[in-house]
Design a protein around this ligand. Structure first.
Ligand code: HEC
Length: 139
C-alpha cells in the first residue's frame, strides 16, 4: 500500500514540476519576443538615414538613370543648391516645361540633362533621391 502511495505521489510531483517548468519557460520567452519586435522596428530608422545617403550618391553619379551626358545632378545643382524648396513644391517649371511632382521633375532632369532614361517613379532609387532632395530643405 505504501509503495502505491509513493508512486502516486511521485507522479503528482513530476506533473507539478513539469507544469511549473512549462510556465517558467513561457515567462522567460515572453520578453525575448518583445525584444525581437523592437529590433525588427529599428532598421526602418536606419533605412531612412540610408535613403538620404544613397540618394546623395545617386545625385553625384554620372550614370544615374543610365545618363550618357557625362553629367550628374550635382553638375548643375552643386551640393543641391537651388533645390532647397523642391521637397515642398507640387508644381515645377523646368526649362519651360511644367512638371506635376518631384518625381516627374527628377525624371525630366534625368532625361533632358543627364540624357538618360526615366527611372521607376515608385522605385527604390526614386525614394532615395527624393529623400536626399527633401533633406536639403533644412540646409
Ligand atoms: C544640365 C543641368 C542640369 C542637370 C545635370 C540637372 N538639372 Fe535639375 N534643373 C536644371 C534646371 C535648369 C532646372 C530649372 C531651374 C531651376 O529650378 O534651377 C532644374 C530643376 C530641377 C528641379 C526642380 C527645382 C525646383 O524647385 O523647381 C529638380 C527637383 C531637379 N532639377 C532635380 C534634378 C536631379 C535629381 C538631377 C539629376 C538626375 C538634375 N536635376 C540634373 C538643370 C539641371
Amino acid at each position: 500500500m505504501n509503495v502505491l502511495k509513493f508512486i502516486i505521489l511521485s507522479i503528482a510531483v513530476t506533473v507539478l514540476v513539469f507544469a511549473c517548468k512549462a510556465k517558467e519557460t513561457e515567462i522567460i520567452k515572453a520578453p525575448a519576443k518583445e525584444k525581437e519586435q523592437v529590433q525588427a522596428k529599428a532598421p526602418s530608422y536606419g533605412a531612412m538615414a540610408d535613403n538620404i545617403e544613397k540618394g546623395k550618391a545617386l545625385f553625384n553619379d554620372t550614370i544615374f538613370g543610365n545618363g550618357t551626358a557625362g553629367k550628374s545632378c550635382n553638375s548643375c545643382h552643386l551640393g543641391g543648391k537651388g533645390l532647397e524648396m523642391a521637397g515642398e513644391k507640387k508644381e515645377f517649371n523646368i526649362m519651360g516645361k511644367k512638371q506635376n511632382s518631384l518625381e516627374e521633375a527628377v525624371n525630366f532632369c534625368i532625361k533632358m540633362a543627364l540624357k538618360g532614361t526615366a527611372i521607376d517613379p515608385n522605385g527604390k532609387d526614386m525614394m532615395n533621391i527624393v529623400a536626399y532632395i527633401k533633406s536639403l530643405q533644412s540646409k
